[in-house]
Design a protein around this ligand. Sequence first.
Ligand code: OGA
Ligand code: NI
Length: 204
Amino acid sequence: MKNNITLIAEQLDRHAIAIIDNFLSKEVLDELLSESKHLFHKDELEPALIGRGITEQRVSEIRGDKIKWLENDQLTAAQEQYFNYLEQLREYLSNYFRIALPWFECHLATYPAGSFYARHVDQFRETNNRIFSVILYLNEDWKPEHGGQLRVYENGEFVDISPVAGRLVCFRSDLVEHEVLKTTQPRFSITGWIRRDEPTPVFL
Ligand code: OGA
Ligand code: NI
């Protein structure tokens, strides 16, 4: 694990995006996938939103994924393994880039067949607290004709990254424009953001 973390930091130092394959064991990946599939089939995921507060909207023409935020005290054993890893990554990147990164947040994401996420950066317009985006893909036997690639733009060019099980991608949330191409199969992942602040409590 430590090696992977070092690799991610070094890749991010030189490139806009870091990509690591064969991440986590097959058992843990299978477990994370079947837990997500279960929630998806039970219809227990929420439509993802765009913006926040009064600008929050649900716009399926922009993004069609369904999500479930993961809470620290309600994790399955497999989710906890991944959380522990994100915690190490958060700490390592904070030391490596010498910036305060006290927090990360993460959610399960499922893109139903036919959905996509239009080109965007991962920061809300009115805040800038997300520093690194970290996505782990869970899809076994993903084929090019399934679509659903992560398209990452850099200097007028782009690369397409297939959402294959065990692939982890990490990039700067404020800088890297990206989109999810239309998928023809349900597409499963866990998306997280390493933040430079702790979330302010919401008072109702
Ligand atoms: C996002 C996002 C990309 C992906 O959730 O902001 O861009 O490949 N996800 O799932
Ligand atoms: Ni994004």
